[in-house]
Design a protein around this ligand. Structure first.
Ligand SMILES: C[S@@+](CC[C@H](N)C(=O)[O-])C[C@H]1O[C@@H](n2cnc3c(N)ncnc32)[C@H](O)[C@@H]1O
Length: 224
């Protein structure tokens, strides 16, 4: 389910309204905006700065190095950038990067710091290695990326390769889009991220709590 057929999707976040140009007629799924990304951003906005929440550590963006997989038009990445995730690389396959860059330019004035954009196919060791040269990331963000069963092992391998081996966390906007991909993902992901928390619906923004979308936090180790 795409979010809307409208050519421009609005996302009010952090006191600004980000706008995303989408092209639903393209062959690339990444040129549309998908609802899990909006659910993810509005969840972060709602819960940011509440230290009493069990996942508060994930939303403390100060000093966090983050990467997004499958950014598409950039709703999750640019929304979280607006909320202060400053050291951030947004990635996708080459065919989707023009749409991502276009939307980054559209929203640049609302972002405290410009995120980097990089090409990443999950099954490309050279691109993965280039991203993790300095060190691995504290946070991997992904929204609506589990829909092709054959891609699931590569997606999980990319999350694993990019994420800090001790402290790495994945913030995942999720919707079941293929029963086979769904099963393959949840069967395999605990090998890399054994601690899996589903955010209770009460913590989602009620205006952006689409029935089918969920937010998960995947960890290497239990929270300290
Ligand atoms: C359903 S779209 C979601 C886009 C965006 N995250 C959103 O929520 O609007 C899935 C994204 O994953 C990307 N993707 C799919 N397979 C990929 C792969 N093997 N390597 C890298 N990106 C991939 C697509 O190009 C697309 O941008």
């Amino acid at each position: 389910m795409r979010f809307t057929a409208s050519p421009v999707v609005e996302l009010p976040v952090g006191g600004a309204v980000l706008t995303f140009e989408q092209d639903n007629d393209s062959f690339e799924v990444g040129t549309s905006v998908w609802p899990s990304s909006l659910v993810l951003v509005k969840f972060a906005e709602r819960c940011l700065g509440d230290p009493a929440l069990p996942f508060a550590d994930v939303l403390q963006f100060s000093g966090t190095r983050a990467v997004e997989l499958g950014s598409g038009c950039g709703p999750a990445g640019l929304g979280l950038s607006r909320l202060g995730l400053a050291d951030f690389v947004l990635t996708d396959i080459a065919a989707v990067l023009p749409a991502l860059r276009r939307n980054l330019r559209r929203n640049r004035s609302h972002l405290p710091r410009k995120p980097r954009v990089a090409q990443l196919h999950w099954n490309c060791p050279a691109q993965l290695a280039a991203l993790a040269t300095r060190r691995r990331f504290d946070l991997v963000v992904a929204a609506d990326v589990v829909y092709v069963q054959e891609s699931v092992p590569h997606l999980i391998a990319a999350m694993d390769a990019l994420s800090d081996a001790e402290r790495g966390v994945v913030l995942l906007g999720y919707q079941i889009r293929s029963p086979e991909a769904h099963q393959a993902f949840w069967n395999a992901v605990p090998t890399a991220f054994p601690v899996i928390e589903k955010v209770p619906r009460e913590h989602l923004d009620p205006d952006y709590a689409y029935e089918e979308s969920e937010v998960y936090i995947l960890r290497r180790r239990p929270r300290q």
